[in-house]
Design a protein around this ligand. Structure first.
Ligand SMILES: NC(=O)c1ccc[n+]([C@@H]2O[C@H](COP(=O)([O-])OP(=O)(O)OC[C@H]3O[C@@H](n4cnc5c(N)ncnc54)[C@H](O)[C@@H]3O)[C@@H](O)[C@H]2O)c1
Length: 324
């Protein structure tokens, strides 16, 4: 099968690309390497280009004629989206719309979109089902929700079908140690704690220890990146088999507190480091945990890495041997 993957040189995209190429799919990655890494693409084809270049986009789609498009390319920093919202609406929303227009021109009918738990904002109830209200609390969440809206409208007007996968907190790395998470700046918890473990940072801050959770720190649903990758391949089969357009939560349905993650990193790395209590950050909901029954039932998703210990160990293995 021919699959075009935008953002396939990034963290999550590269893990999906690895699984697609391993099973023999013809994969073309489209990435401007603004936050991605050439080495992460492996044996897939790579076109270094900006999604905003609609001429190149139309040419590539017209020449490659993919059976499906997976769209990972985006900016991902919530805080930056608050400071510079247009940067997010331009890259995540406007470039997403341009990609959809190019797909329509090229006759692409199957589309898989990297959405996010941020579309829910700060929900009242947990775990969060897909039917919960969509109330983003930052431009990043809105920039993704607008694309989901466009996908829904398109699929209602045409024989185009999509799956939007709403990831909770992606974490971990491929056990091979050949690809992993490498963001600059890094804002994700586990790689940030590693920086304290390796001495690259003086300490790690915990933002808020007075939340209404058992140990007072925020709880998140950390889903291993290879389980996310599995969900993409299953979504592809689902669409090929005529599945209806849908959004699915991607998380395990249970979470860990920041303190539990810190303790797991200490155990997995065997290193001690300073942990500092800091004030709460604005806009951090106490608990974000996915209700992922729909993904398990409709796509037959069976997580292989549902263990914080394994997630942290695979990420640490990457951290110690990282190539980019
Ligand atoms: N990491 C998470 O926990 C998480 C959670 C929810 C949703 N997501 C979504 O998943 C997707 C992938 O996230 P990630 O962590 O792998 O991010 P990433 O930054 O590692 O990957 C994004 C890739 O897109 C590329 N890119 C960005 N803008 C581009 C453009 N205009 N043209 C071409 N390439 C462009 C970057 O170079 C990068 O390789 C994003 O859409 C993100 O919003 C991630």
């Amino acid at each position: 099968m021919k699959v075009l993957v935008t953002g396939g040189a990034g963290y999550i995209g590269s893990h999906v690309v690895r699984q697609l190429t391993a099973r023999g799919d013809d994969v073309l990655v489209l990435d401007n390497l603004s936050n991605g890494h050439r080495e992460a693409v492996g044996i897939a084809g790579l076109e270094v280009m900006n999604l905003a270049d609609s001429v190149a986009l139309n040419r590539i789609l017209g020449e490659f004629r993919p059976d499906a498009v997976m769209h990972f390319a985006a900016f991902i920093e919530v805080g930056e989206s608050v400071q510079n919202p247009l940067k997010y609406y331009q890259n995540n929303t406007a470039n997403g719309f341009a990609l959809l227009a190019a797909c329509a021109d090229a006759g692409v009918k199957n589309f898989i979109f990297s959405s996010t738990a941020a579309v829910y904002g700060s929900p009242e109830n947990t775990p969060i089902p897909e039917t919960a209200s969509l109330n983003p609390i930052n431009p990043y969440g809105f920039s993704k929700l607008f694309v989901e809206q466009a996908l829904g409208d398109l699929s209602a007007s045409d024989d185009f079908r999509f799956v939007a996968l709403r990831y909770f907190n992606a974490a971990g790395a491929d056990p091979s140690g050949e690809i992993g998470e490498s963001h600059d700046p890094e804002s994700h918890l586990i790689p940030l704690i590693f920086k304290a473990a390796t001495g690259e940072r003086e300490n790690i801050s915990i933002f808020g220890s007075d939340y209404p959770t058992p140990d007072g720190t925020c709880i998140r649903d950390y889903v291993h990146v290879n389980d996310l990758a599995d969900a993409h391949l299953l979504a592809l089969s689902y669409l090929q088999n005529g599945g209806e357009s849908a959004a699915f939560n991607c998380g395990y349905g249970h979470g860990y507190s920041v303190k539990e993650v810190v303790d797991t990193v200490k155990r997995a790395t065997g290193r001690e480091f300073e942990v500092v209590d800091a004030p709460r950050r604005a806009g951090d909901p106490p608990i974000l945990v996915a209700d992922s029954r729909r993904l398990k039932e409709a796509l037959n998703w069976t997580p292989r890495f549902d263990s914080l210990d394994i997630t942290v160990r695979t990420a640490w293995n990457w951290e110690l041997n990282r190539r980019y």
